[in-house]
Design a protein around this ligand. Structure first.
Ligand code: CP
Length: 301
């Protein structure tokens, strides 16, 4: 795979191949690829940007970061022209975060450069879903048959969209829950919606979503504490879950809104594990995409 646009590109076998490579990196066997990875982020990021940069550095790649303020994007250059320019300079991989869904003009293959989607508006966050799947695989040894609950601000969540499809493809049962006004009807083919208390029953993992205030047209109608008690994961609600249920969250967390601060240090909270998985999974992905783009370059030379 030279480019990662969407989780729709992934089948179950691809996923387990990526897990194998991420596992090998965890054991310390890391090839030195060289070359350069560029990062074009037009929305804020901490985890995705820095873990991708860490992944590239560990693979022996140089990194450079561009954004709307420090590149010719701010002079009106299109993203497509920026990418063509980066390829001509000799960049090997470009990791992109946009506020919009990728149009067809961005979902194209360059001759010698890989493209990776690091989050596109409310639509896709494929590498978050891959690292979440890897975290679940490390925990349970399989994804098949797991009951994974994704709860909260579903409508505005690219994490929910990518995870629902990827986990469904991997054979997990995906259950959605949250405030009715934030349901995401487009996820119905891959997941069932349930009221919050019912959703938590027999859950193997509960993935809470951030309330994305910056994407809302109107302020949230209820107070933060009312949201926590009605739709958030409180320590009391978690105590009623099975003894093996793990807590996940893609971050950043609004503590006291979707998650009770009392759960931050819970022994079954896996949020920092997800962050660590992110570096390994992004290494595996950058390796796969960069090697494939170099192969394409040799074929076309
Ligand atoms: N989970 C996630 O995408 O976090 P960042 O916005 O910090 O990259």
């Amino acid at each position: 795979m030279q480019n990662l646009f969407s989780v729709r590109q992934w089948q179950r076998d691809d996923l387990y191949r990526l897990f194998d490579r991420a596992g090998a990196f965890a054991r310390g066997s890391v090839p030195q690829l060289g070359g350069m990875a560029a990062f074009v982020f037009s929305e804020p990021s901490t985890r995705t940007l820095v873990s991708f940069q860490m992944a590239a550095v560990r693979l022996g790649m140089n990194v450079c970061a561009l954004d709307g303020d420090n590149s010719s994007l701010c002079k009106g250059e299109s993203l497509e022209d920026t990418l063509t320019t980066l390829e001509a300079i000799g960049v090997n991989a470009v990791v992109i975060r946009t506020g919009f869904d990728w149009p067809g003009s961005l979902r194209r293959s360059f001759t010698s450069m890989a493209l990776v989607n690091a989050g596109s508006g409310i639509w896709e966050h494929p590498t978050q879903a891959l690292l979440d799947a890897f975290t679940l695989y490390q925990e349970f040894g399989t994804l098949t048959g797991l009951k994974i609950v994704i709860a909260g601000d579903l409508f505005h969540s690219r994490v929910a969209r990518s995870n629902a499809l990827l986990l469904h493809t991997a054979g997990a049962k995906v259950v959605l829950s949250g405030p009715p006004q934030w349901q995401a009807a487009d996820l119905a083919p891959w997941a069932d919606w349930m009221p919050w208390e019912q959703a938590r029953e027999e859950a193997d993992a509960i993935m809470m979503l951030r309330v994305q205030n910056e994407r809302h047209k109107e302020a949230m109608a209820m107070s933060e504490s009312a949201y926590l008690s009605s739709y958030g994961l409180t320590a009391a609600a978690f105590a009623g879950c099975p003894q093996h249920t793990i807590i996940m969250h893609p971050g950043p967390v609004n503590w006291g809104i979707e998650l009770d601060p009392a759960l931050a240090d819970h022994p079954r909270c896996r949020i920092m594990k997800q962050v660590r998985s992110g570096v390994l999974v992004r290494m595996a992905l950058l390796e796969e995409c960069s090697v494939e783009s170099r192969r394409e370059q040799l074929v076309s030379a």
